[in-house]
Design a protein around this ligand. Structure first.
Ligand code: FES
Ligand SMILES: [Fe+2]
Length: 367
C-alpha cells in the first residue's frame, strides 16, 4: 500500500502531442456571459469565457506583459483586464485596448500588442479550441472543419459524458479502440457476460483524407451488423436490420454510427490531452431512436456512465503500472488498430501523408 502511495505522486509517462487541430476544452454551458473559466489543454493554460454578446473565447491564460495569469484579473463581459498593471484586452482577438501607464509623451501603440488568443467555437455543447503549433501565434489560412457528431435527421436528442484519465493520450486512444477488452472490462448482465466471448472477423479500410494531405487520416471498421449478443443493440434492432460503422480519425476521434432505416444513433468520442501525461475522454451522443421511450436519455446516460466508468477504473489501475515504465506489447490482430494509430501519429508529426494500410484488411480476434 505504501508503495502505491509513493508511486501515485510520480507523473506517468508523457506522450508527444499533436498541435494544429481542434480539441474540446470545456463544456460550453459552463461559460456564462460576463464570466470566465480556466482549463488546461495540451498542457497550455487557457482562459475561456463568454462575452456579453454571447460569443465564446479562449485566450492563453498569461499576460503578455509579465506573465501573470489573466484569470487573476477581471472580465466585464467585453474586456479582460490584467490584475498587475491593468492592461486591457479584447478577448476574441487578444488585441490590447489600453495600457493605463502610458502618457501623451509615449509613442507605444497598445493596439499592436496581442495576448495569445485561439479560435474557439461551440459544437455539440463543447467549446472547441484550435491550438496552433507552439510558436505559430497568429493563425494563418483556413482552419480545418470543427469535428461534430454526425446527425441524420432534423430532430434528435443529445447527451454528453466525460471522464478524466490519469494516463497519456496514447493509452486513452488505444484503450478506446481496443476490441479485446470488452468481455473483461465491460462485463455486466445488461451488456454481455465474460462467457459470451466468440471469434470475430471485421473488415477495415483506410481513410486517407487526401484533400488535407492526410492530416485527419484514419481507418474505418466497415458497415457491419453489430454483435447480436448485446442488449442495447437488440433494442435498436426493433426497427429492422441494423448496421454499425466505426471510424477512427486523427488525432483523437472515434465516430460510431448505428443506423436502422430512418432511425439512427451516433457518437463522437474524443480523447483530449489535458497535459502530456493525462487526458480526458468525452462522449457526445445524438439519436432519434426511442424518442417515445420515457426517460430514455436518463437511462442512456446512466448505462453510458457505467460503461465509461469501467474504462476509467481500468485506466486508473493501468496508470499505477505505467508509472514503473514497463515495456509494452502490441499483438496481432487485436492490437492492429493501435499499431495503425501509432503509425498515423508518426506520419502526422512528420507531416507526411503515409498511411500504414495499403487497402482493405480483414482482422480476426475473439471478444
Ligand atoms: S503583467 Fe499584465 S499588465 Fe503587467
Ligand atoms: Fe471500453
Amino acid at each position: 500500500m505504501s508503495d502505491l502511495v509513493g508511486i501515485a505522486s510520480i507523473p506517468g509517462p508523457s506522450a508527444e502531442l499533436i498541435f494544429g487541430d481542434w480539441y474540446p476544452a470545456i463544456r460550453a454551458d459552463q461559460l456564462h456571459r460576463g464570466t470566465t473559466k480556466t482549463a488546461l489543454l495540451l498542457g497550455h493554460p487557457l482562459l475561456l469565457g463568454r462575452r456579453n454578446d454571447g460569443r465564446i473565447f479562449a485566450m492563453r491564460d498569461l499576460c503578455p506583459h509579465r506573465g501573470i495569469p489573466l484569470s487573476a484579473g477581471w472580465f466585464d463581459g467585453e474586456t479582460v483586464t490584467c490584475k498587475y498593471h491593468g492592461w486591457q484586452f479584447e478577448p476574441c482577438s487578444g488585441q490590447c485596448k489600453l495600457i493605463p501607464s502610458l502618457t501623451e509623451a509615449d509613442t507605444l501603440d497598445a493596439s499592436k500588442i496581442f495576448a495569445a488568443s485561439y479560435a474557439c467555437e461551440e459544437r455539440d455543447g463543447h467549446a472547441w479550441v484550435y491550438l496552433p503549433q507552439p510558436g505559430a501565434s497568429r493563425i494563418k489560412g483556413e482552419l480545418p472543419p470543427i469535428p461534430e457528431v454526425p446527425k441524420f435527421s432534423a430532430h434528435f436528442r443529445t447527451a454528453h459524458l466525460h471522464a478524466d484519465l490519469p494516463c497519456n493520450v496514447d493509452h486513452g486512444i488505444i484503450g478506446l479502440m481496443d476490441p479485446a477488452h470488452g468481455p473483461f472490462v465491460h462485463r455486466s448482465w445488461w451488456w454481455r457476460s465474460g462467457s459470451s466471448i466468440h471469434a470475430k472477423e471485421k473488415q477495415f479500410e483506410p481513410l486517407l483524407d487526401l484533400e488535407n494531405c492526410g492530416r485527419n487520416a484514419g481507418f474505418r471498421m466497415a458497415a457491419h451488423a453489430p454483435s447480436s449478443n448485446s442488449l442495447p443493440y437488440k433494442l435498436l434492432g426493433a426497427h429492422g436490420p441494423v448496421t454499425t460503422t466505426i471510424d477512427f480519425v486523427m488525432p483523437n476521434r472515434r465516430y460510431e454510427t448505428i443506423r436502422s432505416g430512418d432511425k439512427w444513433f451516433a457518437t463522437l468520442t474524443t480523447v483530449t490531452p489535458v497535459t502530456p501525461s493525462t487526458c480526458r475522454i468525452d462522449v457526445c451522443a445524438a439519436w432519434n431512436v426511442l424518442a417515445w421511450f420515457p426517460f430514455f436519455t436518463q437511462m442512456l446516460k446512466f448505462f453510458g456512465a457505467i460503461f465509461v466508468r469501467q474504462d476509467q477504473e481500468t485506466m486508473v489501475e493501468q496508470a499505477q503500472g505505467l508509472r514503473y515504465g514497463p515495456a509494452l506489447m502490441l499483438i496481432d490482430d487485436a492490437d492492429k488498430p493501435a499499431k495503425w494509430y501509432f503509425a498515423l501519429k508518426q506520419a502526422r508529426l512528420r507531416e507526411t501523408a503515409e498511411h500504414p494500410m495499403d487497402g482493405p484488411v480483414t482482422l480476426h480476434w475473439r471478444s
